[in-house]
Design a protein around this ligand. Structure first.
Ligand SMILES: Cc1cc2nc3c(=O)[nH]c(=O)nc-3n(C[C@H](O)[C@H](O)[C@H](O)COP(=O)(O)OP(=O)(O)OC[C@H]3O[C@@H](n4cnc5c(N)ncnc54)[C@H](O)[C@@H]3O)c2cc1C
Length: 394
């Protein structure tokens, strides 16, 4: 049996970030993941400014290293393309900002980078190919049953952290209710392409609102090596109500939409369509309790409008690390305060982005919005969130 203070289940950006912070705090921990790294994760690969901020908080040299990796492509802006082809484009370089607010990176590279950069010989260890298979609550702490490279093993820990992504494992094994409501779940597909046309020289993140896809949206994000991450996502309730097949809609849009189709001339798909779920933020989901906390997608830390989850996942790890430090100092292992802290932190984000996601149902709102581009909820979103976020974090 292996004994440790904190066991983190899942080594995506949320789990590995928590490990980085626990190393800094010199807290004994074990990070496990069922996969061998590098591994893929279906994602849009858009890295937002909050990710850069968390990297800097771990260590400014980590952010420096990240931005120098050849796979990480700096992106200077974004563009919302309206249903009639209207454009709402913002370029941070033109606006005089000193550094790029976004990057793109295949998750194969980003997640591996975060693991590779974990300190060697510190207060924690990483076990790949180690899958959580069961959890037993003890008077103090837990026994976690894992399969490690084919062998059964037991890990005894005081705190268990669910960082296992969208498919719940920790709450299921603890016998707790796991909030999964279609109204708080997006579904999305991703396809990697080569030689997609029409990207801005500043490598902008491009979002398209096709009239037949609303309230969903289509994205095209440029990657290094002239590749691109392309996909579309929609709220699960709308998919069910409209009986939408995302893969079919994707194929139709790249043939039919006059603002998207020309970009695909000569482009080559590098893989088959792959889909995954995105649990979106809601305080209805309980993310901290007796001896456990959920971070990242396991805690539903995705913003409703853009599907951004890497930054909030890493931020939830940072906040969880503060509560873990307090838990050991005060010998109180209840994580209700972490739950309250997270929803206080994201309160305005939750309110605005969920409302915006819902408003996309109505093309009649989006069309005037995109042409007036002055008072629109979308412009407000761009100014309030994407630009203010940048100013807040840099
Ligand atoms: C199509 C799509 C597009 C997206 N686009 C973006 C985007 O552009 N930008 C953005 O910020 N966010 C985006 N997101 C959201 C983002 O991908 C997630 O929010 C992010 O991956 C969450 O990270 P995580 O560490 O919580 O979980 P994950 O990255 O899912 O990692 C969870 C880890 O847990 C491991 N695991 C699972 N079960 C077990 C087990 N039983 N035992 C041990 N290990 C286990 C898995 O192997 C995995 O490595 C997108 C999501 C989708 C589906």
């Amino acid at each position: 049996m292996h004994q440790v203070d904190v066991c983190i289940v899942g080594a995506g950006p949320a789990g590995s970030t928590l490990s980085h912070f626990l190393h800094k705090l010199n807290i004994d921990h074990l990070l496990i993941d069922k996969s061998q790294f590098p591994r893929d994760k279906i994602c849009g690969d858009g890295i937002t400014v909050d990710v850069l901020n968390v990297l800097k908080r771990i260590d400014p040299s980590l952010l420096e290293k990240f931005s120098q990796e050849s796979e990480m492509l700096p992106s200077w802006g974004f563009c919302f393309h309206g249903p009639k082809g209207q454009e709402l484009r913002y370029d941070f370089k033109e606006a005089g900002f000193p550094v790029a607010p976004f990057f793109t990176s295949r998750r194969m590279d980003l997640d591996d980078f975060l693991i590779r950069e974990l300190p060697a010989g510190g207060s924690g260890e990483f076990w790949p190919e180690t899958e959580l298979k069961g959890l037993q609550r003890l008077d103090e702490g837990f026994d976690a049953l894992v399969h490690r490279q084919g062998e059964e093993e037991k890990i005894r820990c005081k705190i268990i952290i669910g960082a296992e992504g969208e498919k719940p494992v920790v709450t299921r094994y603890l016998g707790l209710e796991h909030f999964r409501e279609k109204d708080h779940l997006l579904a999305a597909i991703r396809i990697y392409y080569k030689d997609l046309q029409g990207f801005d020289p500043g490598n902008h993140l491009e979002f398209f609102f096709d009239p037949h896809l609303l309230p969903g949206y289509f994205w095209a994000f440029p990657l290094s090596n002239n590749e691109a991450n392309v996909g579309l996502g929609m709220l699960s309730t709308s998919i069910a109500a409209k009986k939408i097949n995302l893969k079919k809609s994707f194929e139709e849009i790249i043939q039919r939409n006059p603002h998207i189709a020309p970009r695909f001339e000569g482009a080559v798909a590098l893989e088959k369509t792959k889909g995954w779920g995105l649990p979106i933020m809601t305080p209805k989901r309980k993310i901290g309790g007796d001896g456990y906390a959920l971070i990242g997608d396991a805690g539903g830390m995705i913003e409703a409008f853009t599907g951004k989850g890497i930054g909030p996942g890493m931020m939830s790890a940072r906040i969880a690390s503060e509560h873990i430090e307090k838990a050991f100092a005060q010998k109180n292992f209840n994580f209700q305060a972490y739950h309250d802290h997270m929803y206080r932190y994201y309160r305005s984000e939750i309110k605005h982005t969920y409302r915006l996601q819902k408003s996309l149902k109505h093309t009649w709102i989006l069309n005037p919005v995109m042409s007036l581009a002055s008072w629109s909820p979308l412009t407000r979103y761009a100014e309030d969130r994407m630009i203010r976020d940048f100013l807040k974090w840099v």
